[in-house]
Design a protein around this ligand. Structure first.
Ligand SMILES: NC(=O)c1ccc[n+]([C@@H]2O[C@H](COP(=O)([O-])OP(=O)(O)OC[C@H]3O[C@@H](n4cnc5c(N)ncnc54)[C@H](OP(=O)(O)O)[C@@H]3O)[C@@H](O)[C@H]2O)c1
Length: 323
């Protein structure tokens, strides 16, 4: 990892900035906040922006990126933008139209990274999470290798620079890696990862295959009721994180972010608050010692904040678990 230039080389030759700006916010937060926050993040120095069809904010994120390009603050090639293929579009014939729909909302010609959001297909249609009359989620049966081939085509067409996956476990990654005729390997696997869920086995596996692990909920998530069990421990209140923050004259959030960078993990962080957006950029200004890293390694307790409860009936649930 070239921390000096804050980038890491992907297995397809493109570069990904090691710190990414997360843009998911709960439904009640006005979408205009996503635009405001993304502009603040670009001003603060973030160059990697993470969104998804699911977040319903791509129009606003696109506006933010294009306005910073128009102002001469950045060029398109300075920005690394990730979008995600939602689960109702996993049938191969729906992949390219789904990406084109995102591009239209963004008003961009290409995304830098397009990833399969979860290794699980839902019934195609207008509903984000289709349910039957009993409120049960309606899954779809799709061969993820065929979905992957459709992503490869999107890369060949230049609609995305790189392709990857999210919330895949080792078995699901191997299924793609062992696909006959594989043209491109996934460049990344984006999964929940923080000191309470280190994902060390998955990280070792990804490193062995030159796949970058991208950490989400690195601060212990937004703790939104819809996705997160409210009785789960609050990561940023952890006394070990607080002690290390005191030692380094930083904050627990910065310790949690720096921890990932020093493990060779690309880390996402969401904030819509100007002070915290700026604070999070300080992750490049200090270093943890190997002793600090060991102490942080000891915090693992397999706490998974994002329950993705709607998927609980799926045979592969929970996704990307330690194995
Ligand atoms: N692939 C997937 O399935 C998946 C799933 C979940 C998330 N993601 C991506 O990963 C991103 C990040 O994950 P996340 O949204 O779960 O949350 P996160 O980054 O772990 O944490 C966000 C929470 O921490 C607060 N925060 C940010 N900086 C802080 C600081 N310096 N000190 C104290 N608190 C701070 C934020 O509040 P304020 O806004 O008030 O600062 C927010 O409530 C998402 O936005 C999304 O882009 C992907």
């Amino acid at each position: 990892m070239d921390l000096k230039h804050h980038c890491i080389k992907l297995n397809d030759g493109h570069f990904i900035p090691v710190l990414g700006f997360g843009t998911y916010a709960p439904e009640e937060v006005p979408k205009s906040k996503a635009e405001e926050a993304t502009k603040l993040a670009i001003d603060a120095g973030f160059r990697h922006i993470d969104s998804a069809h699911l977040y319903e904010n791509e129009k606003e994120i696109g506006q933010a990126i294009r306005s910073k390009i128009a102002d001469g603050i950045v060029k398109r090639e300075d920005i690394f933008y990730t979008s995600k293929l939602w689960l109702t579009f996993l049938r191969p014939e729906l992949v390219q139209p789904a990406l084109e729909k995102s591009l239209k909302k963004l008003q961009l010609d290409y995304v830098d990274l397009y990833i399969i959001h979860f290794p699980m297909a839902l019934k195609p249609g207008e509903e984000m999470i289709p349910k039957d009359e009993h409120g049960k989620v309606i899954f779809d049966t799709v061969d993820l290798c065929a979905t992957w081939e459709a992503l490869e085509k999107c890369k060949d067409l230049g609609l995305t620079k790189s392709i990857g996956v999210s919330n895949f476990n080792r078995r699901q990654l191997e299924m793609i890696l062992n696909k006959p005729g594989l043209k491109y390997k996934p460049v990344c696997n984006q999964v929940e990862c923080h000191p309470y869920l280190k994902q060390s086995k998955l990280l070792d596996f990804c490193k062995s295959k030159d796949i970058v692990l991208v950490a989400y909920s690195a601060l212990g998530s937004h703790r939104e009721k819809k996705w997160v069990d409210q009785s789960s421990p609050v990561l940023l209140d952890d006394p070990v994180l607080s002690a290390l923050a005191k030692k380094h004259k930083r904050t627990p959030a910065l310790i949690a972010l720096r921890y990932q960078l020093q493990r060779g993990v690309v880390v996402l962080v969401k904030s819509y608050n100007e002070k915290r957006i700026k604070e999070n950029m300080q992750v490049f200004e200090f270093q943890l010692t190997s002793e600090d890293m060991k102490v942080l390694d000891g915090l693992n307790q397999n706490v998974r904040y994002n329950s993705v409860a709607f998927a609980a009936d799926h045979p592969d649930y929970p996704f990307s678990e330690e194995y």
